[in-house]
Design a binder for this molecule. Structure first.
Ligand SMILES: *Cc1c(COP(=O)(O)O)cnc(C)c1O
Length: 383
């Protein structure tokens, strides 16, 4: 606490990002980055920005502000998703897009999201002073969308935010179910945000149905599926009226959230579907192989449609007392140079979220798990 902070600042509960170690010793399976490099076309686009259009010195274009309307990027994303450029809102990572969306669309009635989900949502609600209500996941960590609909008992929600697939569980909903929820909320002029950060890893995207639902905003990021967490590019797709609302908030804050490199690199990334389809097929294959191996090692693995696995040690059959706690596993993996993520919250404190790394990363991870749990066939010699 500082006497210089105002009450709003003192009252915030900021998001705590996963660790980004400065030394390179760790196998990083803790922040869901893509282990494979971005498309070569992205690198070429960044090089073109540095070379400059105007024939001046290298980097000379960085003298100039970027395009505040982000035309090149919005046209590229519109072409990639089959919408109009006016239906695309880009931001400095989808975190920023989500933050603006909370400010633009929610107000005095509680906004709903799952009790176990992306932990930034309550932070945005807190920042904007928006009440929120968390809705418990079912015991198997699936989302029951009926809990998000207006009803006489529950009253009218201020809106809803659903990640599909959900994080950190990895479980996905069918697009048709989400579409029905959007319809029910539209009758009351409430916005449904579907956070599709991980949709490219095997969930059904709702974005192709965006024109059926003027109250639906899908939120996308290039951080996970496009291997560009370091470039900071996210975007929302929705009806023109929703997109204009987001621009009103952004332009009351900072009209240049997207720099020239992010705009050009992001445009190249959204257009290179072929490259990223290959990358993400590979991530999915490694995920499935890792999930099967973890099952053999005595782990419960939540079915995942994302680029991470949500796992809990069960212990050997017939001896559940021998299960290792999430905290013990996290520490033992760290001792072996492997970072994963644990969320110290009810119901999931014994689970670990493990990002899908390269084939070699996951071999090392599985070997470490075998060694730590003492499971037969754990391949401890490789660790
Ligand atoms: C990673 C993540 C984001 C944020 O992505 P950025 O574009 O890197 O800000 C948003 N939502 C969910 C569910 C995420 O996991």
């Amino acid at each position: 606490m500082s006497p210089f902070w105002n009450r709003r600042t003192a009252g915030l509960s900021p998001y705590i990002p996963g660790e980004q170690p400065r030394d390179r010793r760790f196998i990083k399976l803790n922040t869901n980055e893509n282990p494979y490099p971005p498309s070569p076309r992205v690198i070429e686009a960044l090089e073109r920005v540095l070379a400059g259009d105007s024939g001046g010195p290298r980097g000379g274009d960085l003298r100039l502000y970027p395009d505040p309307l982000c035309g090149e990027f919005r046209e590229a994303a519109a072409a990639a998703f089959g919408v109009k450029p006016e239906q695309v809102f880009p931001g400095n990572g989808s975190d920023e897009v989500l933050g603006f969306a909370f400010g633009a669309f929610f107000e005095s009635e509680p906004v709903l999201f799952p009790d176990i989900t992306y932990s930034f949502y309550p932070v945005y609600a807190g920042l904007w002073g928006i009440p929120h209500r968390t809705v418990p996941l079912r015991d198997d960590f699936s989302i029951d969308l009926r809990d998000y609909l207006p009803s006489p008992q529950r009253g009218l929600p201020g809106g809803a935010v659903i990640p599909n697939p959900n994080a950190p569980t990895g479980r996905a909903l069918a697009a048709g179910e989400l579409a029905r929820a959007a319809e029910a909320l539209e009758k009351h002029n409430r916005v449904l945000i579907v956070d599709e950060a991980y949709a490219a890893f095997g969930a059904e995207s709702l974005t192709s149905r965006i024109n059926d639902h003027p109250n639906l905003l899908t939120v996308h990021t290039l951080s996970k599926a496009a291997s560009l967490a370091g470039l900071r590019v996210g975007f929302a797709i929705g009806s023109e009226e929703l997109i204009q609302g987001l621009f009103r908030v952004r332009d009351s804050f900072n009209s240049y959230t997207m720099d020239r490199l992010a705009l050009a690199g992001g445009a190249a990334a959204v257009l290179d579907r072929a490259y990223y389809d290959g990358v993400n097929r590979r991530v999915i294959a490694v995920r499935e192989r890792t999930a099967a191996a973890l099952g053999v090692l005595g782990f419960e693995v939540v079915p995942s449609r994302a680029n991470f696995l949500f796992i809990r040690h069960r212990g050997p059959a017939g001896n559940p007392g021998a299960a290792l706690s999430g905290a013990a596993l996290l520490a033992a993996l760290r001792d072996r140079g492997i970072l994963v993520r644990r969320f110290d919250q009810p119901r999931i404190a014994d689970y670990l979220r493990v990002s899908v790394g390269t084939e070699e990363d996951m071999d090392a991870f599985l070997a470490a798990c075998g060694e730590i749990t003492g499971a037969p066939g754990g391949g401890g010699s490789r660790g």
